[in-house]
Design a protein around this ligand. Structure first.
Ligand code: ATP
Ligand code: ZN
Length: 225
């Protein structure tokens, strides 16, 4: 078992948030030795361990109190919060800082030949997405009766494959949409990476360590502005 006195931080193992999150930890003075394919990495100069996992697992790890802190995209955090609320699972967390990376938007896009006249054009349609809770919230807020179809990958090919009429997916440049003959119509959520903490109070020593990290994070963010 791991040492409970060490601060545990969940970071995406390999993906769009990994490099920036690890660079930020290093920039605030945490020395890390990350070896390939290991779940845990220990800091060599601070009582801190990193848990390297899929980003989808990070909100749950924080909400269940398995880790003390995590770096996660707001899109994934909000989706998992809604999912866990619906299942009556713990969904609390504290947002410590909004970060300057991981920027993207969750958007509804339709095939170029779709005659889109506003959200009501989606009534009765199937929309493929990896974020069904965020999408269904959008439908509800806009009084649209449409169906979210869950796909964990290849969302952008769903219309061509005849699986859905439209999609709701993460966009940054829009190049993927264009390459798949899709037109972005509605932005339903704007996201950046955030640094979060479990909601239950931590032992004083751990909280004191976190309180020394935050001003250093602010310093790194300001230096880049
Ligand atoms: P994992 O294997 O960890 O589950 P993943 O494929 O779900 O990885 P990534 O593609 O690495 O995840 O994206 C992680 C996060 O990066 C997204 O949830 C989002 O917050 C952010 N992000 C920023 N830009 C984009 C983009 N253009 N497409 C997708 N995600 C983006
Ligand atoms: Zn993921």
């Amino acid at each position: 078992m791991s040492d409970n006195n060490r601060l545990r931080i969940a970071v995406q193992k390999s993906g769009r948030l990994s490099d920036d999150s690890i660079a930020l930890l290093k920039a605030i003075g945490i020395k890390l030795q990350i070896r390939d394919r290991l779940l845990i990495a220990h800091s060599t100069n601070q009582p801190i361990d990193l848990l390297l996992v899929r980003d989808d697992d990070i909100p749950g790890l924080v909400m269940d109190g398995v880790v003390d802190l995590g770096f996660i995209g707001e899109n994934e955090l909000e989706e998992k919060m809604l999912e866990r609320q619906a299942a009556n699972k713990a969904s609390g967390y504290k947002a410590l800082r909004r970060l300057d990376y991981g920027g993207c938007r969750l958007s509804i896009a339709v095939p170029n030949e779709f005659d889109y006249q506003g959200v009501q054009s989606l009534v009765g349609k199937k929309v493929a997405t990896t974020y069904p809770f965020l999408l269904e919230r959008f439908f509800k807020q806009n009084n649209v009766s449409a169906q979210a179809v869950m796909l964990t990958g290849s969302v952008e090919v769903a219309p061509r494959a005849g699986v859905a009429d439209a999609i709701c997916d993460l966009v940054s440049t829009g190049a993927t949409l264009e390459a798949n003959g899709l037109q972005e119509e509605e932005v339903i959520f704007r996201s950046k990476a955030v640094f979060i903490q479990r909601s239950e109070a931590l032992p004083a020593a751990k909280q004191a360590l976190i309180d020394t990290l935050l001003p250093r994070i602010d310093g790194v963010i300001q230096a880049k502005e």
